[in-house]
Write a protein that binds this ligand. Sequence first.
Ligand SMILES: *Cc1c(COP(=O)(O)O)cnc(C)c1O
Length: 379
Amino acid sequence: MTATLPFFPPDLFEHDRAALLDIVHTLGTGTEQRFILGQHTARFENALRDTVDGAEVVACGSGTSALTLVLAALGVGPGDEVVVPAFGCAPIAATVVNAGATPVFADVHPDTMTLDPALAEAAITPRTKAVLPAHQFSIMADMPAFEALAARHGLRLVEDSAVAQGAVLAGRPAGTWGDAGVFSFVQVKSFGMPGEGGAVVTRDADLATTVRMLRNHGQDGHRRFVHHLVGHNSRFDELQAAFQLHRLPGLAARLERRAQIAAYYDARFTPLADRGVRPPPPLADGRCHYVYCLRAERRDALAEYLAARGVGTHVYYPAPLPAQPAFARYAPPYAAWPNAVAASATILALPVYPHLSDAQVEHIADAVCAFADRKDPHP
Ligand SMILES: *Cc1c(COP(=O)(O)O)cnc(C)c1O
C-alpha cells in the first residue's frame, strides 16, 4: 500500500463545509451585521463552560493572546520572573518577554517532556512571580505538584493547556488548574478551527472580568470608549464562534478516536524499546492525544523512511527554547537543559487525526515497526 498521509491533513473541515458556508451567509446577510463578541461568542463561551466544570471561559484572539491576557491580568511585568519549561513552543517564553518580565527556563522530565516540578522549584528566586507549566503533545504537566509548589512559594500558577482541551487529570479538566488556563483553536489543535482563536479559562470571577476588559481595549462591555485598563485587541470572531458551536458536539468522539489510534500505536511500539523506538510513557490519567510523539534514536532516518512510504511526520520541537536565538539572552551560560536537548534530538510526531482509517493507522505503525526491525542501520 502506498499511502499519502500528510502530517497536517488539508481536509479537516470537509464534513462541515456546508455548515461553514451557511454560517458565512447567515452572518453576512444578517440585519445585525455583528462580527465580533456577539451572541454566538457568548453562547460558545457558555457551551465551553459546561466542559470545564463551570469555570469562566473568555474567548479571545488566540492561545498566545490568551497567555498574554492572563499574564497581564495577574500583573506580571518588569522585574518579575516566570519559570517556564525549556522545551515547548515559543509563546510560552515570548508572552513572558512581551509582558516585560523574564522567562527562567527549567528542564523538562525526561519521559513526559513536561516541566519538571523539582527543577522548576530549584529555579525559583525572590523575583519569581509565576510558574507556567505547559501540557505537552499528549501528556498533562504534573498540575497537583505545581499547585502545591505555587502555594508553598506564594506564586501565581498559569496552566498552558493550549493542547489539552478535553483532558482530565485527577478528576479535574485541563484549563481549571491554577489561576487560569488557556485553550487554542488554531487549525492544528484538537479543537482547531479555520482561523485564529483561543480562550482563557479561570475559576476566579475577578480575573475573568479583568481578562474580558483586557481583550477589548480595557472596556467593560457595557459602555464604549470608557477604558478602565490599558487593554489589547483580542476579540473573538462571531463566525468562528458559530462554527465552533456547530463542531463542539462532535469533539468528544474525535478525542476518543485520537485516543484509540494512540492506544494502537502504543501497543505496536512498546515492544520496540530495545530497537531504538519508544512510545510515550504509559500513563492513563491526564492524557490528551493532540499529537502522538514517539522517541527514536535515529529520528531523522525514521522520518525519511516514513516519508518514502508516504507518511508525513513532524518534529516538535527541533531545539530547546533557550537554544533559540530569540531567547538566548535568557539562557545563562552556566545553565543546561539536558532533557530538553535529548527530546529535541529524538522526538517525532506521527499523524493521529481522527479521520485516519484503521488501515491507514496500521500502515503507519507497520512502517515504524519495519524501520525498527531493519538490520541495516542505514536508510
Ligand atoms: C498552540 C500553542 C500555543 C499558542 O496558541 P495559538 O492559538 O497558536 O496562539 C500556546 N501554547 C502551546 C503549548 C501551544 O501548543
